[in-house]
Design a protein around this ligand. Sequence first.
Ligand SMILES: NC(=O)c1ccc[n+]([C@@H]2O[C@H](COP(=O)([O-])OP(=O)(O)OC[C@H]3O[C@@H](n4cnc5c(N)ncnc54)[C@H](O)[C@@H]3O)[C@@H](O)[C@H]2O)c1
Length: 267
Amino acid sequence: MKFDGKIGIVTGAGSGIGRATALGFAARGGTVVAADINAENAARVAETIAAHGGKALAMTVDVTHAADIDRMIAETKSQFGRIDFLHNNAFGMPASASTSNEAAGRLADLEDGVWSYMIEVGLTAVWRAMKRALPIMRAQGSGAIVNTASISGMRADYGIAAYNAAKAGVINLTRVGAIEYARDGVRVNCVCPGAIHTPLLQPALEMPGFAERFHEAIPMGRLGKPEEIANVVLFLASDLASFVTGAAIVADGGQTAKTGSPSFMPE
Ligand SMILES: NC(=O)c1ccc[n+]([C@@H]2O[C@H](COP(=O)([O-])OP(=O)(O)OC[C@H]3O[C@@H](n4cnc5c(N)ncnc54)[C@H](O)[C@@H]3O)[C@@H](O)[C@H]2O)c1
């Protein structure tokens, strides 16, 4: 995988999966716009890249603000002349919930504000960035968009309805982007991570017994690492994936391969 001369934007680049994608893209020769609502973390990632001889620009972006997305796309185009790769990856909880657990609840109990924020940050922001980047990629005749969906967009979880709905939307929006822009030389794919050890999952992991139950649910018996998702994202962004578009690639340690039935082997 080589990205020499390529320009990529990663949202949520300050932490977890986005950070790993940004570092990986830069390590393979690409120039990264590291966008995050957390200015300090975005700057730290850009500094790390520069310290390793790579090229990066940190940008403070709240993906729930249309004007921030406009600025992210416009500044990238004006500074670097093109956009080859867009990784729509940012996700965070509403400010009203200090931890992800506080935003959890059965669907009839979800606050309106939690629902609308999760759809905004998880789905609408992805559409908006695609809307702004696609005309540029179309004019170039090339480009790769990789959205971070989730296995939570393919199956149901208990207590996080808005997240499940947003991620399901990302998977199908990815397919729409893929078929509508395939003849313009633009590929659109998504990755569906299982449980990955990042700050997003940390509050849930701190609930008693949660981590153990996760390890039982995952055939590999462990959580994934951000780099294990970034590797899939970078593959999808690269020319190695030249015939891959509209795909939702699962990387979950085997979790969704299971029916959930108990073992049929006698004890
Ligand atoms: N960790 C998991 O188990 C898991 C599983 C499936 C999918 N995902 C998805 O992976 C993506 C990355 O999550 P992560 O696990 O690396 O979490 P993370 O918390 O480590 O990283 C998310 C980043 O997004 C940033 N962010 C939050 N709100 C933002 C906003 N409004 N505008 C811009 N940036 C914002 C945060 O500051 C943070 O740097 C998310 O889309 C998440 O839904 C994660």
